[in-house]
Design a protein around this ligand. Sequence first.
Ligand code: NAI
Length: 395
Amino acid sequence: MPHHTGAQPAVKVAVLGAGGGIGQTLSLLLKTGLAPASVAQQRRVHIALYDVNRDAVAGAATDLSHIDTPVSVSWHAPEPAGADALADPLQACLAGAQLVVIPAGVPRKPGMTRDDLFNINAQIVRTLAGGIARHCDLAHVFVLLISNPVNSLVPVLVETLTQHCGADAALAAQIPRRAFGLTQLDAVRASSFLHQALDCEPSETAVVPVVGGHSGNTILPLFSQARIEPARGSGAAAESRTSTKAGAKIGAKSGATAMPALDPDVRQRLVHRVQFGGDEVVRAKNGAGSATLSMAYAGAQVACKFAEMLLGARGEVRDTLYAKVDGHVPLDAITEHVGYFSVPLTVTAAQGAAHADTHVLEQMDAYEREQLWPACLAELRESVDRGLEWAHAHR
Ligand code: NAI
């Protein structure tokens, strides 16, 4: 890492699996997206890239280092076979990192579900979690997991990190407040698909709360609470209009606007498209993997907010994250029956996940409460249990 003369230490972000499809694009978005906050706060940002694919990570890091933004880059990988292993590359990558983003793992191929990936990716997550426990300050580090199946692997991550806390109960209590799964792609897809279905103006953004898990029926897009927002600062205040495509009326004034109910068939198709949107990409790639660009975009949105908080550019992160929810989610149905759930959380640097906003769950309409919710909980519970059982069997 370059010499740093400022009073404040650099903020270090580690990306594990940085040589892959998501990892490379995510690293590009961090290299460019974190520059404004770094300049404004007069604090350096360093991104440390790690992958077991040495050529991929060396190439990506060298390539990125030629981009003229004030975010420094280093790369770390196991030595090639036959070479002397002088230092632990995972240690070099993780030492001093305050934020760790994990897109390491195998992506889906056609015909595979996210759960098919479980056995391979659980072992990878366990190995990397061990590295984080050994080389990072567990009381302060934030970990964002992208690797699928998120529903089962976040329990593996949280359990493995907790096992490393030993008898230190205070430290163990920090883990669920600082290790999260990234489900943001579902909200990005819901926004995009609703925007298309309603034929929104380019200046408008469709905002859809999406909670639950990150696989099929566990994804709960709450279109009953969707709203259309004019672009910030555009001053675009559209008149009320009726969408010809979807048969839904949007009254867009200046500021966020709640939408009248969607046609039930339109909504059902949208729900299904969000729940199984990943399949569209898997099919289109025809065997070459799953979503990378949209995931990197969604992941960078969240990771940049965490890094900005660590830089001091924002006081907190408010985002929907998949987390172990005992304690900070006052909703028995979740705490008792599934234990892990994606809900809007307020996260601070000092406390981690400090508050969960369960408003969106309390305001579900009949279709969401009676049809989507039970299916979500039943399937999510199986996925969570699978992760917990694996983690306990691999202590
Ligand atoms: P990829 O195969 O292009 O990249 C994965 C990278 O991880 C490879 O460079 C590989 O060398 C590396 N890797 C494997 N084992 C490792 C280890 N032990 N330590 C460090 N690096 C290791 O796959 P892609 O497309 O980037 O996907 C990565 C993961 O993200 C997959 O599990 C995929 O299913 C998941 N994903 C998650 C989404 C989400 O919304 N959370 C959306 C799309 C994909």
